[in-house]
Write a protein that binds this ligand. Structure first.
Ligand code: ASP
Length: 339
């Protein structure tokens, strides 16, 4: 049976080609993808294309576009076996993380991919990324989707979407998932590491909750940082604070006073690490004790992209009972290692 995949084209380098008259890159009409990539017709799946009317550089993608994608998948969920989202690489990790929180209890694959070189370039990585993503998006066994989560496929690796980060603007191998195993590797065979795949609770129904709040701020500390900048933080409801190593910050009275005041004003503080691998461990060093004292939330080994989009999704979300801190501490869809 031919599986049906809905391809949502949002923009990015992947959909570009060189205009040989001017020498510059321009977006091509993705409705014509089958002409550009006749190999698609050789696949075992049937592909329908929904292109954004105006393809976006992914630096212009945000909550509005995440909602459009989430709701479009929701509307078409029953009609397709899998979903493929073509996206610019720059903010792909944010969009994949956001979608992982919005698409609840997925039973079908949602694969993000893009490329470092345009599809019309001779040395492009776009073809392999796109074709293999289509394989993963249509992979079924015993009438059940093998991938039932939001994943990123790039340069032979299938990664959990909310665990990825873009780490190279140069290499074809541009994405990593430092705190979680690869879900699959594409070699001569299309391999899937089944023990690492996410499965929603068996009694839970698929639904879309595209709630997003933008009252979230991200701040990275650095040695010599002027602490008064903390005071200047506007009335933000969640501050994602990226601190040193396993959770350390300046051990001064001023730091304590300022962070305590933020908490008194009702700001939730989520603490994540500047290290891409490993995570937060409150109390390991005395320079992290402040966080437990003020009731900050440990982000453990979550990525910055995931921490930010999770906070945006949970903040003031009427569908969640319990406090923000309680909900943030939960592993909602494989984004964090349980404490
Ligand atoms: N600036 C592009 C984007 O993220 C880069 C890419 O697609 O690789 O949309």
């Amino acid at each position: 049976m031919k599986r049906k995949v809905l391809l949502i084209y949002t923009g990015g380098t992947i959909g570009m080609e060189k205009n040989y008259a001017t020498g510059s890159l321009q977006a091509f009409d993705f409705g014509n993808i089958f002409e550009k990539l006749p190999e698609i017709n050789m696949l075992e799946c049937e592909v329908s294309v929904y292109p954004f009317r105006k393809p976006l550089d992914s630096s212009d993608m945000g909550p509005k576009e995440w909602k459009i994608i989430a709701n479009y998948i929701g509307k078409n969920y029953e009609n397709y076996d899998g979903f493929l989202i073509l996206h610019g690489t720059d903010t792909m990790a944010y969009s994949a993380s956001a979608l992982s929180f919005m698409l609840k209890n997925l039973r079908k694959p949602v694969i993000f991919t893009g490329s470092q070189l345009p599809i019309g370039d001779l040395r492009t990585d776009a073809k392999e990324n796109l074709l293999t993503s289509l394989y993963y998006a249509s992979l079924y066994e015993n009438d059940e989707a093998v991938i039932q989560e939001v994943a990123v496929y790039f340069e032979y690796k299938l990664l959990r979407g909310n665990r990825t980060l873009k780490y190279s603007a140069e290499h074809f191998d541009a994405f990593q998932s430092p705190n979680y195993a690869q879900l699959g590797i594409s070699g001569v065979h299309l391999n899937v590491e089944k023990e690492y795949l996410w499965r929603a609770p068996s009694d839970a129904e698929f639904s879309v909750d595209a709630h997003t709040s933008q009252n979230v701020l991200f701040w990275r500390i650095f040695p010599g940082m002027h602490l008064n900048h903390f005071v200047e933080i506007p009335n933000v409801k969640v501050l994602v604070l990226q601190v040193f190593g396993s959770g350390t910050i300046f051990n001064t009275e001023k730091t304590k006073e300022i962070l305590q005041n933020l908490r008194k004003n009702g700001t939730e503080i989520v603490v994540i690490s500047q290290c891409v691998s490993g995570g937060i461990s409150f109390g390991k060093y005395s320079n992290s004790n402040i966080f437990a004292e003020i009731g900050a939330i440990s982000g453990n080994d979550i990525t910055a992209e995931s921490a930010i989009t999770k906070a945006m999704h949970l903040l003031d979300n009427p569908k969640y009972t319990g406090t923000f801190a309680e909900n943030f501490a939960k592993n909602l869809c494989g984004e964090v290692t349980a404490n």
